[in-house]
Design a protein around this ligand. Structure first.
Ligand SMILES: Cc1cc2nc3c(=O)[nH]c(=O)nc-3n(C[C@H](O)[C@H](O)[C@H](O)COP(=O)(O)O)c2cc1C
Ligand SMILES: [Fe+2]
Ligand SMILES: [Fe+2]
Length: 397
């Protein structure tokens, strides 16, 4: 059947491609769509590993039916993760296969009860637990907070396939070319980092723990729950996740600003030019009113330097800049250099708010802090140039 793609003799991709959801988690844009990867492992017993978002049931259920055929059934549903983009079809599967056993850990059982009122035939496994499907053998490894507390990954021991769930995933629909050797990875690269920075980055420490924990497993294929399946070069995505979660950065600067009437923009332009004069090639400028934060985060996550500018708005930061700062605070972003600038006309507020953020302890402030009253003066512009210079110097250290 179309859309049922073998990964090996007895492991199949039965995922779906979502080109309809505009905003993932109701916040992150999906211009290139997203895939919900689900897998079917067939031995004497049949297991489904993760399911899909509830709105894609029909196609999904057809695929599973086409594989198991009439008279056979799915014996297990392994729930790596309860977020509804993966658990949304569990109730439908239970209706199709009333005896199916659902596998997860204690926390999964709690969520199954509280999301779907499912309590029967739920099997809780321990970290490192295994189950024999008569042929394939599944091993469960707990990876809490990548990306929810119940999250586990599942490893098929005979063929060394790691079903890694949200870990090693990325945005971008697959459109039935599901393998890393079939897609243009350059095209997906930013979508991987956008997924990481938007969804997983907050849990970087847990990603590090998971990577360490999985090191001992020989892995031939990584089959995540979003994005391509890594059969040619699984270490590629692990290396990327490892770097990102260690907050490793490239030489470059993300310059994010807001401006209602152009005064703060003039300051930004002076900084931008100064960075160019210093030979910083990778400078990404974002008007926070026009670029969705989802894309701004990609650059912030990638580069060692960031410079934020905001006018004062009703005594504090411009609202969209406030949002960016709040998101980054929550993400516990670290190991980066930050410069701040802005403007006001009477009470001040924006620059001190940015300064507070910059001094959170995980970032290094690059001086000078530049604050102009109404339109920037010659001196303000000179200070902006100096900020650009100092930032160029800082990111090269
Ligand atoms: C809606 C609005 C609210 C403002 N609130 C404040 C304020 O509370 N305190 C202040 O000092 N300036 C305030 N200002 C003035 C701006 O911060 C100041 O004019 C700044 O230079 C504008 O920068 P821009 O030209 O880049 O938009 C406000 C301006 C606007 C339009
Ligand atoms: Fe998730
Ligand atoms: Fe997910």
């Amino acid at each position: 059947m179309r859309g049922v793609i073998p990964i090996s003799e007895n492991i199949f991709w039965v995922g779906v491609n979502d080109h309809e959801t505009d905003l993932f988690e109701a916040i992150w844009p999906l211009p290139r769509g997203v895939s919900y990867n689900s897998y079917l492992v067939m031995g004497e017993k049949v297991a489904v590993i993760d399911s899909v978002k509830g709105s894609f049931l029909n196609h999904y259920v057809e695929k599973i039916r086409s594989l198991v055929g009439i008279g056979r059934k799915v014996d297990y549903i392994v729930v790596n993760h309860m977020e509804p983009d993966h658990s949304g079809a569990i109730t439908a599967l239970r209706q199709m296969f009333p005896d199916v056993k659902i596998i997860g850990n204690k926390k999964t059982a709690e969520f199954l009860r509280d999301f779907y009122r499912l309590t029967e035939n739920v099997i809780t496994v321990e970290d490192g637990g295994t189950i024999d499907l008569g042929g394939p053998r599944l091993k469960f490894v707990f990876t809490p907070m990548v990306h929810w507390p119940e999250t586990i990954v599942t490893y098929e021991e005979t063929q060394k396939v790691l079903f890694s769930c949200d870990a090693f995933g990325g945005f971008g629909a697959l459109d039935d070319r599901i393998f890393d050797d079939e897609v243009d990875l350059a095209y997906y690269q930013d979508e991987f980092l956008r997924y990481y920075s938007n969804i997983v980055g907050r849990y970087s420490e847990m990603v590090q723990r998971a990577i360490t924990k999985l090191k001992g497993l020989p892995i031939a294929v990584i089959a995540p729950s979003h994005g391509p399946i890594w059969r040619k070069n699984p270490s590629h995505i692990v290396t990327l996740y490892d770097r990102w979660s260690r907050h490793e950065t490239e030489e470059g600067v993300t310059l994010v600003y807001a401006s209602m009437y152009g005064n703060t923009r003039r300051m930004m332009e002076a900084i931008s030019l100064s960075l160019a004069d210093e030979g910083v090639e990778k400078v990404r400028v974002h008007d926070i009113s026009r670029t969705h934060i989802s894309f701004v985060l990609v650059d912030i996550w990638r580069f060692r330097g960031m410079i934020f500018g905001s006018p004062t708005y009703n005594t504090t930061l411009f609202p969209l800049m406030q949002n960016l700062v709040d998101v980054l605070r929550n993400d516990e972003l670290k190991n980066r250099y930050i410069g701040v600038f802005g403007s006001y006309s009477w009470s001040k507020g924006a620059v001190s708010a940015l300064h507070d953020f910059a001094c959170c302890g995980r970032l290094t402030l690059v001086e000078p802090v530049v604050e102009s009253k109404c339109a920037p003066t010659e001196t303000d512009i000179e200070q902006c140039v100096l900020l650009g210079k100092n930032m160029a110097c800082a990111i090269r250290k």
